[in-house]
Design a protein. Structure first.
Ligand SMILES: NC(=O)c1ccc[n+]([C@@H]2O[C@H](COP(=O)([O-])OP(=O)(O)OC[C@H]3O[C@@H](n4cnc5c(N)ncnc54)[C@H](OP(=O)(O)O)[C@@H]3O)[C@@H](O)[C@H]2O)c1
Length: 366
């Protein structure tokens, strides 16, 4: 932490905004935005990192600024790297451009980068100011942080519920509880993630498509994942019928070779491992470079994730209706807690209205 002004705060916020423009287009790398301000306090360059463009946000902004960068300040959403990866070190570019001050909220969690970028800059007499909007910067790259720190994808559990906590009218009927505004929000959530995951019953009952229909560009198609040990996924389901267009993975320990062959013909990839072992499922997804997974249910899958504590974020979208039917499935059907102390508790709660619906988001306390 160093000295910073209102202007620093404003420019750092702008760097975060620029970084956010890359949502859907950077994974498995982080979101990065950069603003270059000249000696007179004028913005002379701005950059957003997009994976397929290869060039980093700092370099884009510095190129725009040209000679005006000399003696100026770089506002960057995440620590610049000091190693050679797909591109030369960004720290070199900042030093060469004559930047005198770098304002950057947080260190990069990637062990190749962490702390080293700031160290190199300081060794070159560049003032480095950290800590401004650190929480916001961390949240922006929360998937990237979990991916590096836990060596598994970020897991976000999302469910749509009635006010009495039901997720459908009954287990065998597809029920859309959410409003159009909420459904739009769901596609935004899908857009943020690399994969979407459901249980076999959800495929059988709802016959969902599970695609990203946000209309926004994404670098890699959303990977659809079904946990299905008995391999009950219907061959004529929409997921299977569209697997040639959208990557689809089924985790199953079934040895039903004939069905595996038929699914393979439809381009569904069956990974023969126990779908009940969620640690191993996530390990496999990590090895496939999947940085984040949106878990969309149903109740048993939500229960399994809650029981295993393999959840990094929760979003429940409530619609203003009461199903009031005792046989209607509740949102989470796992072993659950036997005391309030062992209940899965959330913190940093955010409440957002989506038309008449309400989205509640939180993070596990442990
Ligand atoms: N409102 C919402 O947000 C929402 C979202 C999705 C679904 N739904 C509704 O939820 C209902 C379906 O939920 P559901 O609980 O019946 O089914 P589910 O959670 O979709 O699927 C459960 C099945 O998944 C398989 N499975 C594989 N790995 C598992 C694991 N690690 N843990 C638990 N199960 C695993 C099991 O079958 P095998 O033993 O054969 O593997 C299990 O029977 C439907 O009514 C659907 O409409 C609502």
């Amino acid at each position: 932490m160093g000295n910073f002004s209102e202007f620093d705060l404003k420019m750092t916020r702008r760097a975060l905004e620029l970084a956010a423009l890359g949502v859907g287009q950077v994974s498995p790398n982080p979101l990065v935005g950069c603003v270059i301000v000249d000696k007179n306090g004028q913005i002379v360059g701005e950059g957003t990192y997009i994976y397929d463009n290869v060039v980093h946000a700092e370099v884009i902004a510095l190129e725009q600024a040209g000679e005006k960068a000399r003696g100026g300040t770089a506002y960057i959403s995440l620590e610049p790297h000091a190693h050679t990866g797909r591109t030369p070190p960004c720290t070199d570019a900042l030093i060469k451009a004559g930047i005198k001050r770098v304002v950057c909220p947080i260190e990069d969690p990637n062990p190749l980068v962490s702390g080293r970028g700031f160290k190199v800059l300081r060794e070159h007499q560049i003032e480095v100011v950290t800590g401004i909007l650190a929480e916001e910067a961390h949240k922006l790259n929360e998937k990237f942080f979990v991916w590096h720190r836990k060596k598994r994808p970020f897991v976000h559990l999302k469910m749509a519920l009635s006010l009495d906590g039901r997720i459908s009218l009954n287990r065998t009927v597809s029920t859309t509880l959410s409003s159009q505004i909420s459904l739009k929000r769901v596609h935004e959530l899908r857009h943020e993630h690399d994969a979407i995951l459901v249980g076999s019953n959800t495929v059988i009952t709802d016959n969902p498509l599970l695609t990203d229909r946000s209309g926004r560009p994404r670098r890699r198609p959303l990977v659809r994942i079904v946990l299905d040990n008995r391999l009950r996924i219907p061959l004529n389901s929409r997921i299977v019928e569209t697997a040639k267009d959208f990557p689809t993975i089924v985790f199953s320990n079934s040895e039903y070779e004939e069905k595996i062959k038929l699914l393979a013909e439809k381009k569904v990839k069956v990974l023969q491992q126990d779908a009940r072992n969620l640690h191993k499922v996530l390990k496999t997804l990590y090895s496939l470079q999947i940085q984040s997974v949106l878990v969309e249910g149903g109740a048993k899958i939500a229960g399994a994730f809650v029981d295993s504590r393999l959840i990094d974020k929760v979003s429940f979208i409530y619609s203003p209706l009461i199903v009031g039917r005792s046989t209607a499935p509740v949102a989470v059907e796992g072993r659950g807690a036997d005391s309030l102390e062992t209940a899965f508790r959330l913190k940093n709660i955010d409440v957002k209205k989506l038309g008449e619906d309400v989205e509640i988001t939180g993070y596990p306390t442990e």
